[in-house]
Design a protein around this ligand. Sequence first.
Ligand code: FES
Length: 513
Amino acid sequence: MEHGPGAYGLPGRHGSFWMETTAAETPHPPLPGNLETDVAVVGGGITGITTAVLLKRAGYAVTLLEGNRICQGVTGHTTAKVTALHRLIYKELIDRFGGRPAQQYAEANQAAIETVASLVREYGIACDFARKPACTYAETEEAREKVADEADAARSLGLPAAFTEDIPLSARSYGAVVFENQAQFHPVNYLLHLASLIPGDGSRIYENTRALEVQDGGGRCTVRTASGTVTADTVVLATHYPFYDAPGFYFARMEPSRSYALGVRLDEPFPEGMFINADGPAHSWRSQPAGDGGELVIVGGMEHRTGEDVDTRRHYRDLEAYARSVYPLRSVDYRWSAQDYITVDGVPYIGPLAAGHENVYIATGFRKWGMTNGTAAATIITDMIRGRENPHAEVYAPDRFKPAASARRFLAHNIEVAEKYIGGAISRPAGDLRDVAPGEGRVLMIEGKKAGVFRDEKGRVHAVNPTCTHLGCVAAWNSAEETWDCPCHGSRFDADGKVIHGPAVKDLKPRGG
Ligand code: FES
């Protein structure tokens, strides 16, 4: 049953500007049966597509599998800043890891900007790639010292950083750290072009082919899907949260986080640059050619842990109110949201999945900076598969995990969340089906069993068993997107229970099932 989120007084039309301005359909068929390949890449976002392109250029036969359509997951919903300025991170990295790992992170992300720039240049990709300064500004007086420290830390790592008193954005600012010569682009136009380079010479893309299982015990690996098995020397999991965890314990080492974006029009030109505030709920700004000669301004932020908020619609409203407090808005044209993962120590996991699973690679936990971290992941994993040393790999190593005090708190929180949502608070849902208003979703107890019930705008009831098919937490209703979102590891399902985002690979059961 098809339906999309209703308006409910929310600003703009529901849909990412990137996806609304590119072809709705991509041409790749589902996997037709069993096949063999050198490398199986699972996931058709920036990490998977860039990895596949780099490997193909290096002479490998690559098979890319995407559970839905390429470029429509997290990458299709990003704010698409191609920058090494990740809000505030470098002081934190130096304090936590020391100078060398921090330098690796800095260089990997700076290098990723140049990788994107050279691919755009080499293939003549029309994706509005533009060099811009990136800026993290202090919205409060307390944050001023933090941005000044960040400028010092970043400069000490060789990044093009400076502290400035003034920024051209109309938002309140008590000073800012600025990185020159960063970039922005239209991510879907960029990736659709890159993806078009993959098929041929033994390489392929299959869409609507969800990977269900990986087996990598000795010899070659297999990726099982509903329509066939791909046998490969190497598997790259580029699906954000890995649906195949093996003994990596990623389920305890990352948390899913959602954030929101609006595409708005101003009466005045947007200032040169990309902007984000230093602390508190994120406020992120950039502009984008709108395609009609005008300019769209993308304002984003308002992040929260997935599944932990009962009224997600308010984040769009809050974001609109915030944007209007900075600029008079001529219109709000689009609204969309995205999900990303944050690791225990804030640095992505990129590399072999776990000891004994060296032929399966993972790239995840980009902390909302996936354009550069995802590109860096593609470069690092390509080098690893080719047996070449990569100077930036060490800081991202998935096995670096050492449970510092902050990490123990993080783990404890994750366990608490799992306990809460497997049993605890959700085990006593109240209410009656008749109480569920149009546009509302709730977990109810019906005939002694939990039911996830959503009543759509036409009054039709959609009912599922809300028990997540990943590890059994109870999914929560996301009113803004009309999806069931799992608070434990971020699996997402549509109102009828179909998987739209892993790690779950199976749909929710029908109510009572
Ligand atoms: Fe892991 Fe739901 S995503 S239990």
